[in-house]
Ligand binder design. Structure first.
Ligand SMILES: [Zn+2]
Length: 104
């Protein structure tokens, strides 16, 4: 667990966040990685687990803007990790209207 890296909520700027790591070692059942802000309850995704079909259908490729549960992200990287699994690395889209903090 990488607890030393502080995660700042892009929605409100709070550092009071809880981090949920992908279940790489079977520690959790989570296939996605994200953190949740304790102040505004925004969930920010860092890594999504997707099938090849989902990657194609969603045209998930670096540089593209995607929406995940209401928030916009820029795809940073798409990594194939299994026969039919891709990891999609995301960064919050700073142009997203919901990011009041980042726009200040
Ligand atoms: Zn927040």
């Amino acid at each position: 667990m990488n607890r030393s890296e502080e995660r700042i909520c892009p929605g409100c700027g709070s550092s009071r966040t809880t981090f949920v790591q992908r279940g790489l070692a079977g520690l959790t059942d989570e296939s996605d990685q994200y953190y949740r802000c304790l102040d505004c309850e925004r969930v920010t995704y860092e890594i999504l687990s997707r099938t090849e079909r989902e990657v194609r259908a969603g045209r998930l490729e670096p540089g593209r803007t995607v929406r995940e549960r209401g928030s916009a992200y820029v795809v940073r990287r798409v990594l194939k990790v299994g026969l039919n699994e891709y990891l999609v690395y995301l960064a919050p889209d700073l142009d997203d209207q919901s990011l009041t903090f980042a726009k200040r």
